[in-house]
Design a protein around this ligand. Structure first.
Ligand code: TXA
Ligand code: MG
Length: 337
């Protein structure tokens, strides 16, 4: 851990970069963000350029506490206040009707804005030091897996960055839950560590979930969060046979597994945790590691079906969708997410 003096100096440098219209990568509890001053359209434009992200994919504005909601949103429903007070700081993004001051470039021209208070001391200190909101997507190239360490950010986007704050590995590891509160009924747009059951318990009402093929948030493409190597989701019972089949075809095979499945020696094996929080925390770093080893395919043992695994399964299914015919599902029992 750097000394408090070094941390303070880093924070001042990062806040100065934001004030000057620069880009700062910073840790959150979910993944690293690529931040700019949310009220500076020219600075926000640099985010889109650095990521190679289409202009109609809106950004989340990171704020320091629930009281700042009124600065960014209007017609805020009671459900938003309830969730903000119970779940923030935390991995939940709320979509609300936007206040006029929110630049079009942040919202992709929509009349809503995504807001969240991240649960990370460096992120909160940076937002406080900047004195405003920080517009930030995940700090990866468009469509790729999100970074969960500062080293991932450096590798992928280092040259485009004015400052990288290193807060160590992210605790949650996958992106925040996104809940749309701008319509008649609360609607889940992206599953995350805050579960539907958790949200329903706070609100005391059911929330709507789109099916996997229904249109979702702009930017929520089915093929997203993908490593460079094609991914195939395989039920545990078929993992060994599938690995052998591909090895016999001369493929270099990597496998992410959570059970004590016997795999051929030639397989580059990554043993995953058995609990969903560990899976989420490790997933993106493992996919990056496998990419770096240069395999022809990544076989991923399908995690269990069930509400606790919804967010992990969502990311895995997107990763498997990214490579068209070469990314596949061998699964029989798929859930909507
Ligand atoms: O955990 C997270 O949410 C991370 C950290 C850095 O906070 N951020 C993140 O941002 O994952 P990004 O841009 O990679 O994903 C945000 C998603 C996008 O799919 C975008 O379409 C959606 O949020 N989103 C943002 N604003 C929205 C809006 N007004 N309406 C609908 N969807 C929105
Ligand atoms: Mg992203």
């Amino acid at each position: 851990m750097p000394s408090p003096r070094k941390l303070l100096a880093a924070m001042q440098g990062a806040a100065a970069a934001l004030h000057g219209g620069g880009l700062v990568a910073f840790p959150t509890e979910t993944v690293y963000g690529l931040g700019a001053d949310a009220e500076n359209p020219a600075a926000v434009a640099r985010i889109f350029a650095a990521k190679g992200r289409p202009a109609d994919h809106p950004l989340i504005v990171h704020i320091a506490n629930p009281d700042q909601l009124t600065h960014w949103a209007k017609d805020i429903p009671p459900a938003a206040w309830l969730l903000a007070r119970r779940c923030w700081p935390g991995p939940l993004t709320l979509i609300l009707r936007r206040a006029c001051r929110v630049p079009d470039i942040v919202t992709g021209g929509q009349d809503t804005v995504g807001l969240r208070v991240p649960d990370h001391p460096l992120a909160l200190a940076l937002i406080e030091a900047s004195g405003g909101g920080i517009a930030a997507p995940s700090a990866n190239r468009f469509g790729r897996v999100s970074p969960t360490t500062a080293a991932h950010v450096r590798e992928e986007l280092g040259a485009a960055m004015d400052f990288i704050l290193d807060g160590g590995p992210c605790r949650v590891g996958i992106e925040s839950t996104i809940l749309d509160l701008s319509g008649h009924q609360p609607r889940l747009l992206r599953p995350g560590a805050i579960t539907i059951a958790g949200i329903e318990a706070v609100l005391g009402q059911p929330i709507a979930q789109p099916g996997s093929h229904a249109p979702r948030a702009p930017g929520m493409l089915r093929s997203h969060y993908a490593p460079k190597t094609p991914v195939c989701l395989v039920p545990a019972a078929h993992l060994e046979a599938e690995a052998r089949r591909r090895l016999a075809q001369g493929q270099r095979v990597a496998a992410l597994t959570m059970s004590a499945t016997l795999l051929p020696e030639a397989c580059l094996r990554q043993d995953m945790p058995t609990h969903q929080t560990g899976w989420a925390r490790e997933l993106y770093a493992r996919l990056r590691a496998v990419d770096a080893q240069g395999s022809d395919c990544i076989l991923i043992e399908e995690p269990p079906i069930g509400a606790d695994w919804q967010a992990v399964r969502d990311r895995l299914e997107r990763a498997a969708s990214a490579h068209g015919a070469s990314g596949e599902f061998l699964s029989m029992g798929r859930q909507p997410f």
